[in-house]
Structures are given as C-alpha cells and as structure tokens.
Ligand binder design. Structure first.
Ligand code: FAD
Length: 455
C-alpha cells in the first residue's frame, strides 16, 4: 500500500473460499492477464477492441478527458490499416451506416502534387496512383468505442494517469490524479505524443521522455465545399486530393463529407536545418486571413481557396525522438506515445493501429502468460519499433520534398521529386501489412520456453 493514496482496485474482490466453491460453475475463470490501457484514442481503443474479445483477459481503459472524442477533422486511412479496422469492427459497414461514402479501393487515388508557388498558374507534376480513404475522426473513434466489448473492458473517463511504478512480485501500480491507484499485470501507454507513461519509462533522459518540436507548424482549416463551389467554382481543390507545393511550405486539401479540409504547413528551421526552439502553446487559434497572407504570390486557385475559411488552428507539430525501446518489463508504448511523427504521409494513426493489432495478437495468444510477459513484450518491440521508426523518418523526408527543402533533391527536377514521392508510397500498396509482421511475431513466440520450464 502506497502512503497518501487510497488504493481502489477496479477488479472485483475474490469471494470467500466456500462461496467460490459453490459458484465454481457460474463464475468466470480468473483472467490470465489484467491489463490497463492509458488513453482512449485511436491506438488505445483499437487494442481494447481486440483484447476485449479474449475470454481470459480483463481490460481497463483510463482516459483523462471527460469523454472519448477526437480533436481534428478528417483522417486518412490507407488500405493496410483499414483491413485491421475491418477485422476489429466491421468498419466498412459501420461507415456506410453513418452515411460516409466508401469508394472501392480501385477508385481511391492518392494526392496530386501541384507546383503552386507561381502567380500565373500551377502545374500538376505527380500523381500517387493509389491512396487512403478519408473519414471523420469522430466517426473512427465512435466505431472503435462501439466495438470494445464492455463485458470484458471497462472504460473510465476523467481518469488521468499521473505515474506508475513496479510493484513486486511482477505487477505494476498505476497512480491517478484523483489520488486512487490500481495494480495490474501490464500497463499499455496509448496516451499520445505527450505520454506520461513514456515520461516515467525514460525518467531522467529528456531526449526520450519529452516530445520534440519538429520545426513545422500545421495550420488546420475547413470550410463548406458548397462555399468554395460558389466563390471559386473551378477551383482545383474541387478535383480531389491535392498537395500544393512551393518553396519552403505546402498545403494539403481534400474533401471530407461536405467540407473541404486544408492544412498549411510551415517550416521554421534555423540556418543549420535544425528546428528553431519553440516554447509556445501546442495548439492555438489564429485568424485564417493571416495564413492566406503568407501565400500571396502563389497561384490564384490556392490564394482564393485560403480566403474561404475564417479560423485556423495552429498545431506546433511535436514528434518523439526514435526510442531505444518501446517496452520495459510490464509496460509498453503504442501509437503516438511510442513514435509520434510528422503527418506528411497520413500514417501516424495507421501505425498506432498496427501496433495495437500486433500487441493484441501477442497478448491473446495461448502461449502468453503473466509469467512470460516481459519476453512477449520484447517480441512486440522487435517487430514494431524498426518499421514504425522508418515510417516516421520517411514521413519527415516527404514533408521536406513537398517544400522543395530536401537537401538530397536540391537540384532535382519536378519529375524526379514527383517520382520520389510516388516511390515512397509504393510499399503501402505492395506489402500485405500487419499480417506479415504477425507471422514473424508468432514464429518468435513459438521459440519462447514453455512456462513450466521457467519456474
Ligand atoms: C495535422 C495532423 C494530421 C494528421 N493526419 C493523419 C492522417 O491523415 N492519417 C493518420 O493515420 N494519422 C494522421 N495524423 C496522426 C494521428 O493523428 C496520430 O498518429 C493519432 O491520433 C495518434 O493516436 P494515439 O491514440 O496514439 O494518440 P492520441 O490520439 O493522442 O490519443 C491519446 C489519448 O490519451 C489520452 N491521455 C493522454 N494523457 C493521458 C493520461 N495521463 N491519462 C489518461 N489519458 C491520457 C488523451 O486524452 C487521448 O484521448 C495526423 C496528425 C496531425 C498533427
């Protein structure tokens, strides 16, 4: 018992032995694992949706906010991540039931890259032939939330984790802001880029514990599509997913439901190409007119488009420095807590979905027990860390390409830049995604000694 904390276990206390005997047939078996998930975002809900199917796993989500809600508008979901969501939730049916348009994959095309910093006209210079589907973030969270089996997973909101510690033998104690605490077998940190679970995992090492400013601001804006049709009827933004590229900055635009969503990215690197120091608020509102001013002298379609929205929210994009590990003993990180990245390929959320899938498969496997958890988590780390960190590196490089800032492509032609972007997206089509990673993880799991040999 930790002094100063009232320890409230979320788990039902065991009935006295005699009662237990008489209830043996009816009462559920003792779970092999009691798992706490810190954070009910995309990654936390995905892992919960999978884990809560297992009869022998008890899951608890602790979410700091008063409700399960997303910030931000649409999210791009590539096919390999969509397939996992399909497995977790009947995703396509859920989307169509909500009135979302779900085009066949063969008709979903990727962004058209357009050189737009020319006042006389813009020019399309590359087209990624396959692309992601775009859906509202709130719908994604709602669907995941709905598919968490609440018989085996309890979701508590307004429940902010403040720290955790090892608790012998082989347990983790989690402390909350409301002065309560719980004890579990495993803590999953799905608490985003500013993760408190990560902070405690790498205590004393700021390079890993704290998020790092990427040197990029994202100005997110949206406006009714009908208004763009009225004010600028032939605008290029009405013709699908565009990345408007120019020296030093770029803008993305796409349609979600009946809105056009735009994000204008600004790079603020110093003379050595390093992010300028930043100590301001992570998210703040700014008048959209201020953003439009910065694109004076770009092609008229973009200037016209940026004049439609009224408000922009400025996100100081923070990332997580490549971590030396995602796991420690009985704690692990998934999603942005493990690898928050710049958003230039629309893959951050998808990578969290893949983490969740691999981790849940490993934990639910019959070979996994409370005793071999540390070894199982090492397999998760071995499989997921290199691939997600490579995606983060590529995403940052693409951001530089869109702003013609990538030092490797200083003298490259527009065609070469376009080809580089298309090549960087090819794996999203060719790879069969998480299935290959899972096959590798499962074969590693088979090499662990049976639990009876360990004790
Ligand atoms: C401008 C922009 C555009 C993007 N576009 C895309 C895209 O198109 N496609 C894509 O795949 N990705 C995209 N991303 C990335 C994507 O948004 C993130 O990767 C994703 O939201 C991360 O999900 P998560 O569940 O790991 O973390 P989060 O979404 O941050 O969720 C973390 C949750 O944990 C909770 N929490 C935090 N601390 C605590 C605590 N101490 N106790 C309890 N709860 C806590 C939070 O309230 C939150 O609900 C974009 C990102 C940005 C910035």
């Amino acid at each position: 018992m930790i002094s100063g904390h009232s320890q409230s276990s979320p788990y039902p206390s065991r009935p006295p032995p005699r009662l237990l005997l008489s209830m043996r047939m009816a009462s559920p078996p003792k779970p092999k694992l009691q798992i706490a998930i810190c954070g009910g975002g995309i990654a936390g809900l995905t892992v919960a949706a999978f884990l809560s199917r297992s009869l022998d796993i008890e899951v608890h989500i602790f979410e700091g906010k008063p409700n399960i809600r997303a910030i931000g508008a649409g999210i791009a979901i590539w096919k390999r991540y969509w397939d996992i969501l399909e497995e977790a939730t009947d995703f396509e049916l859920e989307c169509t039931a909500r009135g979302l348009q779900v085009c066949p994959w063969s008709q979903v095309t990727g962004p058209v890259l357009r050189k737009a910093d020319d006042p006389s006209c813009g020019v399309d210079f590359s087209h990624v032939p396959h692309g992601p589907r775009l859906i509202p973030r709130d719908d994604l969270l709602d669907i995941l939330h709905k598919h968490v089996n609440t018989e085996r997973c309890r979701i508590q909101t307004n429940k902010r984790v403040i720290s955790w510690a090892r608790q012998e033998p082989e347990k983790i104690i989690i402390y909350f802001e409301d002065s309560t605490s719980v004890i579990v077998d495993l803590l999953i940190g799905a608490d985003g880029v500013h993760s408190c679970v990560r902070r405690h995992l790498f205590q004393g090492n700021r390079a890993f514990s704290e998020p790092k400013f990427s040197g990029q601001f994202a100005y997110r804006m949206s406006c009714p599509r009908a208004e763009v049709e009225k004010r600028c009827p032939n605008n290029e933004a009405l013709r699908g997913f565009k990345i408007w590229c120019g020296k030093g900055r770029h803008v993305t635009s796409n349609t979600v439901r009946d809105e056009i969503q735009m994000t204008a990215y600004d790079n603020v690197f110093d003379a050595n190409g390093l992010p300028a120091p930043f100590n301001g608020p992570w998210v703040t509102e700014v008048p959209a007119a201020k953003i439009a001013e910065r694109y004076d002298g770009w092609e008229p379609d973009l200037v016209g488009l940026l004049q439609v929205p009224k408000i922009a929210s400025r996100w100081a994009v923070h990332v997580v420095h490549p971590l030396p590990t995602f796991v420690s003993d009985r704690v692990c990180l998934i999603g942005d807590a493990a690898h928050a990245m710049t958003p230039h390929q629309g893959l951050g959320g998808g990578q969290g979905i893949e983490d969740a899938y691999i981790l849940a498969q490993l934990l639910a496997h019959s070979q996994t027990t409370a005793a071999n958890l540390p070894e199982v988590l090492k397999i998760y780390d071995f499989i997921r860390r290199p691939s997600s960190q490579e995606v983060a590196r590529q995403s940052f490089a693409n951001g530089l390409l869109y702003g013609f800032l990538n030092p490797k492509h200083c003298d490259a032609s527009l065609m070469e830049v376009g080809e580089e972007v298309a090549t960087s997206c090819r794996w999203l089509l060719e790879s069969d995604g998480a299935k290959t990673e899972w096959a590798k993880a499962e074969s590693l799991l088979a090499t662990l000694p049976p639990c009876s040999e360990r004790s």
